[in-house]
Design a protein around this ligand. Structure first.
Ligand SMILES: Cc1cc2nc3c(=O)[nH]c(=O)nc-3n(C[C@H](O)[C@H](O)[C@H](O)COP(=O)(O)OP(=O)(O)OC[C@H]3O[C@@H](n4cnc5c(N)ncnc54)[C@H](O)[C@@H]3O)c2cc1C
Length: 409
């Protein structure tokens, strides 16, 4: 540490770019650490009622508990205490009741999760400013200046890029940073309110279909809810997907899953008006530079695993909490950022690598697919057992009270 570092004033005010999941989580964790922040979101308003569902794994729920929103989350989500893996004939290959001593994962509508975080941010008196798109930033010895698309500027001690997989802050930190990689499929989901199938209330079923991967569960209000991937040569944004009528996409999904039970049944009943898309499924390769002197990345901006990992949001919340903990205990921003990266990089890259491995199996050719269907039941009992697949990612708890100066979780 240099003489100048030793006399640097601690971080008092952070600009947070992005009002998705990582941004509000970081703001709440910073408030708990005694650091003021302001969140800037490029969208003109809150995204109420937009988006599909996502699963929060026990590790994500543990991180939400640290920032005090676990009870609110429980009120808008449902426990998934049983996960089942099935083949295209509907035969159960493996079941998983969660790992001993761990709470069940929970399924939540994305907009409900945003709502919980937004209300907590409001209650904490943290400003969340909509319609502010970051376009540039410059760092000085004492702070950082952010510039918005409307030409206005704001200064603070540090800037946190929680601006998602197409992060602007990532490019500002390193113009040569990698871009997201297309996983080869488009994401869809929806509801089939009139499908008459018995699906246990607290079960999520993942189906290795003949041609693609699909998941479904029962929602008391929306009937059978599902998500599925549609292999597509070119990546399409959500806006591009929406240029084609929902009924046409649904027809293609019905064709794709036509040989798979029970997908064929509930897709027949799926309502085109309830079809939601997440566009091209993308993931981030390892990002070489997570921070600069006064700027740092969190969430999908720096570690977006494939959506099939079911871990993106959980890891984003974990990282937000760990970043705040490091800033609480280490006054020099660059050193706090370095400690944060040391705490996080290996974990998030391992989750991403495991998800990429699983994806390559889902996207394999006909011969290896046939082999996989034969070997799958054995694999699921041995090296792909639920404990091996989920143990390390689900079993993660942040010790908020422990000083980040010492090597700790
Ligand atoms: C189909 C699909 C299914 C998924 N399922 C799961 C799941 O089951 N479980 C799970 O844990 N995760 C899941 N994920 C991943 C999860 O959604 C992401 O990991 C999570 O949303 C990341 O949060 P974030 O805050 O980092 O980014 P985002 O949620 O993308 O938020 C970034 C925010 O930054 C704003 N922004 C961007 N640029 C700027 C700018 N220049 N200026 C100001 N604001 C800006 C954006 O408008 C956005 O609101 C899924 C993802 C997909 C696509």
């Amino acid at each position: 540490m240099t003489y100048e570092d030793m006399h640097m004033r601690p971080v008092k005010h952070a600009l947070i770019i992005g009002g998705g999941i990582a941004g509000p989580a970081a703001a709440l964790a910073l408030a708990k650490a005694g650091i003021r922040s302001t969140i800037y979101e490029s969208h003109p308003a809150a995204a109420d009622g937009v988006g599909a569902a996502l699963m929060l794994a026990p590790n994500g729920l543990n991180a939400l508990k640290v920032i005090g929103v676990d009870a609110q989350l429980r009120a808008v989500s449902r426990p998934i205490s049983h996960m089942t893996i099935a083949n295209s004939r509907g035969k159960t290959l493996s079941g998983f009741d969660g790992l001993p001593g761990m709470q069940p994962s929970r399924v939540v509508w994305r907009s409900d999760l945003y709502g919980v975080l937004r209300r907590a941010v409001e209650d904490a008196g943290i400003p969340l400013v909509y319609g502010k798109q970051l376009v540039a930033a410059s760092e000085s010895r004492d702070g950082v200046q952010a510039q918005w698309a409307d030409g206005s500027c704001v200064e603070a001690d540090i800037l946190i890029g929680a601006d998602g997989i197409r992060s602007t802050v990532r490019e500002l930190i390193d113009p040569h940073a990698p871009s997201p990689r297309y996983a080869g499929f488009l994401g869809f989901g929806g509801g089939a309110p009139f499908a008459t199938m018995h699906v246990p209330a607290d079960t999520m079923t993942f189906v290795f279909g003949k041609h693609a991967f699909l998941g479904y569960w029962a929602d008391p209000d929306k009937g059978i809810c599902w998500f599925g991937s549609l292999p597509h040569d070119t990546p399409l944004s959500m806006a591009q997907v929406r240029q084609t009528p929902a009924a046409q996409w649904l027809d293609r999904l019905r064709d794709l899953y036509g040989d798979d039970r029970p997908a064929q049944t509930f897709l027949r009943h799926a309502d085109p008006n309830q079809l939601v898309t997440s566009g091209a499924s993308e993931m981030m390769p390892p990002v070489p530079h997570w921070y600069s002197d006064r700027m740092v990345l969190v969430g999908d901006a720096v570690h977006a695993p494939s959506s099939s990992s079911g871990q993106g949001a959980s890891l984003a919340i974990e990282s937000a909490v760990q970043l705040a903990r490091c800033l609480r205990d280490i006054p020099v921003p660059r050193e706090a950022f370095a400690s944060y990266e040391r705490l996080r990089r290996q974990r998030v890259e391992t989750v991403a690598a495991n998800a990429a491995k699983a994806n390559s199996q889902k996207a394999s050719g006909p011969l290896s697919k046939a082999l996989m269907h034969i070997l799958m039941p054995i694999a699921l009992k041995t090296f792909f057992s639920p404990a091996k697949m989920f143990g390390a990612s689900h079993d993660y708890r942040i010790d908020w009270e422990a000083s980040a100066l010492h090597k700790a979780r």
